[in-house]
Design a protein around this ligand. Sequence first.
Ligand code: 13P
Ligand code: SF4
Length: 445
Amino acid sequence: MRLSTRSRYSIRALLDILMNGGGVRPVPLSKVAERQEVSEKYLEQLFIILKKAHIVKAARGVKGGYILAKRPEEIYLGDILRLTELDVTPVKCTECDRMDRCICKVCWDNLGKIITNFIDSITLSDINQMSITMDERKGPIEDLTTIELKEEIKRLKRERDAVILVHNYQRPEIQEIADYLGDSLALSRLASKLPQSIIVFCGVKFMAESAKVLSPEKTVLLPRLDAGCPMADMITAEELKEMKKEYPKAKVVCYVNTSADVKAESDICCTSANAVKAVKSLKSKRIIFVPDKNLANYVAEQTKKEIISWHGYCYVHEFITLSDIKEQKRLHPDARVMVHPETRPEVVKVADYVLGTMGMVNLAKKSIIKEFIVGTEEGLVHRLGKENPGKKFYLPSRKPICSNMKKTHLEDLYYSLRDLKFKIEIDKTIIKKAKRALKKMIAIK
Ligand code: 13P
Ligand code: SF4
């Protein structure tokens, strides 16, 4: 088997679509081609094949593009290879006069079976996980040891009058160097109060944007400009405007996991920690809740309001399945289940606690319970384990990993402070409007 660029670009493009919201919304092929540095025409040819095989679906029109036709766990590497390569026979024994008696043929045949089993067991979801591990850096930059690198970060931070805010899902070494470690609500609140002139936000883009909206006079840095949130990209301000036209009397609650443009079109923002309170704080009976369909569903169950939801979702939480949780319950019968409200409704239903990340941190600390099954991104378990040495925390067998949250390494943080990059810039009118929605959220008691 010789693998060509056809399978390589098919895999990269499918992964790109997965990472850019293509689970629910069409991703334009032109954008994929741009990001993958390949011609759109070439991708078009590959996508005709993938479409015929029901791996992707096409959507026409201005909002056209491609969407995954199956869940990433159902898209197998073997199928992609068989579709895109001319010959996928793993190992071929060259003809010889002893074919029927040659032990090498038996070996090569067995090797072939192992390779076939391997490619038929790897899914797009597995490839996504592999890409995260691959992103591990080789080692500290410029001959610095990790300890020296950390010292340099601290020195630069003092010199520049900067503060480092870190979300609970970040890598352990980034969590360790935080001035403040927290959930999106706590970090948003802090951003508006801190005295430092520079905020370095180790998280994803919408978080750094929220900090900039709340403190426009400050320099807000996001060490990795490509650390986005696919769920936040699942709704645009234009789409929300259309929804508002459809339901003119409804008020809009938007999850902080949205762009500043979407926040600017909303009446109030919320995080997973205060979504129910945010909805209840509005007089209107009819509420547009964007973009997370799972959080919207949870909120609808906790309030008497009519919730009109959008079809966004977090791919990390969406892939935590009921059978995953049941399996963990079977393995750890004494453990209690705590899940993030971004998980699916059937998962939320079996959970003992439905909490945002800080809610989980607080529960683990205060409770007498010794074992927990944790239905959220794996980064939180580092913090939980460190702060509760006597307790045990179990993740679903397929670890939920947010690849965007894992993009920031110590090196990125170092360069961010050294070169003041990447600065978050937002249009002044958007800041003004988005600030109103964020401030209302912060005012909720
Ligand atoms: P928290 O608001 O609970 O910190 O979660 C943020 C997030 O991105 C969840 O996926
Ligand atoms: Fe977005 Fe999900 Fe990652 Fe949170 S965990 S940043 S919602 S993709």
